[in-house]
Design a protein around this ligand. Structure first.
Ligand SMILES: [Zn+2]
Length: 288
């Protein structure tokens, strides 16, 4: 996890809050144990996050357990291990405990993408049974989730913008949710603006290119009085209009000439053809 990541700020937001009720505290600790460790022992919490280990210890202390965190050197990074003493309170089947369990699991090992990226929240779990428990919690809280496998371990994932926002609220990260929704709006607006800008830029470029070709044709044709005078008057008029209004849109030229847009487009098209007739011929002998 990179320093200053969005995940880190969500973890920092939810870690200090101990659930006020014993059943919710039990659910929190249970959720943390679902993410598992190398031993995959349900009575042991293993997490790479010191802040999560501290939260587990504080939660267990609140119910009179003499728990403590042990720093373990794992192959690639440091982990913290907290043993869950038996005989503590039990989680209930109510939604308060479902939220608390999800919160514990996220706290121990969850990850959520930055708000401006595509929506993705995931919690690696120790086995299929753990995945089923968290999926049940998500379903009860009406958050759409799914399970996929990564390196032979299940991963509970939430992958729509709506569901990630709801999941953040469920685990108690209201501040995180606000930041997330803001980022989502920025992302959507930015995508919209870019789409419109690209379309407008393309239109503008087409218009400018066409005007340049037309002005070119007028310059070439009017430089030769004989050719200029043999042009049909309507084409000459269109050419002069273009020369007087080099930046004008087609619609404006059409309006000035008192004709329809397609008619003006046709005249300008024939003007360009006439202009390139004496040049390397595109369509020799073409008629206007
Ligand atoms: Zn509860």
């Amino acid at each position: 996890m990179r320093a200053g990541s969005f995940t880190e700020s969500v973890v920092a937001e939810i870690a200090p809050h101990l659930p006020p009720l014993p059943h919710c505290r039990a659910a929190l600790v249970e959720g943390m144990s679902l993410t598992g460790g190398p031993a995959l022992n349900p009575e042991v919490i293993e997490t790479p996050r010191a802040v999560a280990a501290r939260c587990a210890v504080a939660t267990l202390h609140a119910d009179g357990s003499a728990a403590h965190a042990v720093r373990v050197r794992a192959p690639r990074r440091v982990r913290y291990r907290v043993e869950i003493p038996s005989g503590g309170p039990r989680a209930s089947a109510a939604n308060c405990c479902r939220r608390s369990r999800l919160r514990g699991a996220f706290l121990a090992l969850g990850w959520v993408s930055r708000p401006e990226r595509s929506p993705h929240l995931e919690i690696p779990v120790r086995d299929a049974a753990a995945a089923a428990i968290l999926m049940g919690d998500l379903a009860a809280l009406e958050v759409a989730g799914s399970v996929r496998m990564r390196r032979h371990r299940p991963l509970v994932t939430v992958r729509t913008a709506l569901a990630v926002g709801a999941a953040l609220s469920c685990i108690g990260a209201q501040g995180g949710r606000l930041v997330y929704e803001e980022g989502r709006v920025v992302r959507d607006v930015r995508a919209d603006v870019n789409r419109n800008l690209n379309a407008e830029t393309a239109n503008l470029r087409r218009t400018v290119h066409a005007a340049v070709r037309q002005l070119d044709a007028v310059a070439r044709l009017s430089a030769d009085p004989i050719r200029w005078n043999t042009l049909p008057p309507a084409i000459r008029e269109a050419g002069l209009l273009r020369r007087t209004h080099p930046d004008a849109a087609l619609a404006m030229l059409a309006q000035t000439a008192g004709i329809s847009r397609p008619a003006m487009a046709g005249r300008l098209h024939r003007l360009v053809e006439a202009g390139s007739a004496g040049q390397p011929p595109r369509r020799p002998g073409s008629r206007w």
